[in-house]
Design a protein around this ligand. Structure first.
Ligand code: AG3
Length: 281
């Protein structure tokens, strides 16, 4: 007997992967969590049936949610991740020597616990071994309300805008993020697929523009997400991700990044016409 897992990407299309063992299947007070062994992509984490990460392609997402902002900000010392309980974003953040504190605020403690146990290549920096990393199991909105004017960079490493993440795509939340950033702070949030999620992008980018003076979209190729064509929103109080980018600093980074590099930093902000149209003002 063969076992295959399908995530539907629309009513009529999905991605299907051949599965070996189920390593974990359970439910927290927020969502259903599953970790499956796939034959092609290694271990895969699902939340409410949606692919969050696989061992094989997570490097793309985590490089791209972290490094463009951390190489645009001239001195990112204090960085907050909202969501991101698998730890992949924190792993990339602590590669930056200027970072003094990397704080994870994840609503679901079960995601953190099972990632440490079953996804060690992602959770290596959140397992208690890194003194620069702090974990909070808390609602991101509640946390930033209490931490205004504190962070150089805030990354919103969330799931799709259904379930516990709905609030993370709304204007009220972006106002709180704006307030939680210092005067030259940067926020990056995963912003869904330009190919399938035009409506979500339209409202998300309008909400961001109502709050931040600099708002840009950039793209990455993530094979296991809907359409494989994924995007991130770069929202900033001061720095522009292309005009203020210090190419040399990125080129001389001194640590390995399997997807990100100084050329791609610039290329990622160049968008196809249909993607520009999704977020046209
Ligand atoms: N964040 C998940 C992005 C959304 C994926 N959507 C989907 N499969 N329908 C991933 C968290 C990684 N730290």
């Amino acid at each position: 007997m063969e076992l295959w897992y399908t995530e539907k990407h629309s009513e009529n299309v999905g991605i299907t992967m051949k599965v070996g063992k189920t390593l974990f299947s359970g439910e927290s007070e927020f969502q259903k969590l599953e970790i499956l062994e796939t034959l092609e992509y290694g271990r895969m984490m699902l939340l409410d049936g949606l692919v969050m990460v696989t061992e094989r392609d997570e490097f793309v997402y985590h490089d791209m949610i972290v490094h463009p902002a951390l190489f645009t900000h001239p001195n990112p010392q204090k960085v907050l991740v909202i969501g991101g309980g698998d730890g992949g974003s924190i792993r990339e953040i602590v590669k930056h020597p200027q970072v003094e504190q990397a704080i994870l605020c994840e609503i679901d403690g079960l995601v953190i616990e099972k990632s440490i146990e079953l996804l060690p290549s992602m959770a290596s920096a959140i397992d208690g071994s890194n003194p620069r990393v702090k974990l909070h199991v808390d609602d991101g909105l509640a946390y930033i309300r209490e931490h205004q004017n504190e962070f150089d960079v805030i990354l919103v490493d969330s799931t799709d805008p259904i379930g516990p993440a709905v609030g993370l795509f709304e204007e009220d939340f972006y106002r709180l993020v704006f307030g939680a950033l210092k005067a030259d702070g940067i926020m990056v949030a995963q912003s869904e697929s330009p190919f399938y999620h035009a409506d979500i992008q339209k409202s998300m980018y309008a909400n961001l523009r109502a709050v931040f003076p600099v708002v840009e979209m950039y793209q990455a190729f993530i094979p296991t997400y809907p359409s494989g064509f994924w995007s991130f929103a770069f929202a900033s109080k001061k720095y522009h991700p292309v005009k203020d980018f210090d190419r040399q600093r990125a080129a001389e980074r001194g640590f390995y990044t399997k997807y990100y590099n100084e050329d791609l930093h610039l290329g990622a902000f160049m968008l196809p016409t249909f993607a520009k149209e999704n977020i046209a003002e």
